[in-house]
Every structure is written in C-alpha cells, then in structure tokens.
Design a protein around this ligand. Structure first.
Ligand SMILES: [Zn+2]
Length: 107
C-alpha cells in the first residue's frame, strides 16, 4: 500500500509532541518598572528594571507569575512550546476533519 503523505505528516506531528512535554501555559511578558529606591538608576524613570512574568488564566482568572532572571530563557522556551503544540494540534485536527468529511462522502 503506498504511503499517504498526509498521514506521514500527521504521524510526524504526533511524534514531535513528546518533545514539548515541558510546555507552559499563558504568555511571556516583559514589564518595565521602577523599584522605588530614590538613589537607584531607575529613579529617572528611563532606566527601569526589567521584570519578567508569565500571564496565565487560572480557573478563568488572569494571574501573573514572576519569572526569576535565572529562569527567563528556559521559561520563554517553555511558553513557546505551547504555541508549537497548539499549531501541531490545529494541523492534526484539520487533517482529521478532511478525513472525516471524505469518509462521510464515501459512505
Ligand atoms: Zn531601581
């Protein structure tokens, strides 16, 4: 039986999902803020501190969690994994929808 390129793509996408197991929800946000110390470089309102957060819906309510500087690159990648997961899921669902419609037609 000749292999179907669409099913090969679906298989590849499914197998790629395991690499995304560390995905995190929400969006990665960078905020600038002043710390409030009068002698700090941020007191001029220009050289503000960067603060990183992930913004997530928890039980329908928006929450923001601070990301420590040491984890910024890791968490940025983990949030990106979620986007790749969603894109793969959308492609798989599109393939399966077309297969379902074809299946109905063939009945
Ligand atoms: Zn400051």
């Amino acid at each position: 039986m000749p292999s179907d390129p669409v099913l090969e793509l679906r298989g590849r996408l499914i197998r790629s999902l395991g690499a995304l197991r560390d995905m995190l929800p929400g969006s990665f946000v960078e905020r600038k803020r002043a710390c409030g110390r009068p002698n700090c470089h941020c007191a001029d309102g220009q050289n503000l501190h960067a603060q990183y957060q992930i913004s997530v819906l928890v039980e329908g309510k928006p929450k923001a969690f601070n990301v420590p500087a040491t984890l910024v690159e890791q968490v940025r990648k983990q949030v990106e994994m979620r986007h790749r997961f969603d894109a793969a899921a959308a492609t798989i669902c599109g393939i399966n929808l077309r297969r379902f419609l074809k299946q109905k037609e063939d009945q």
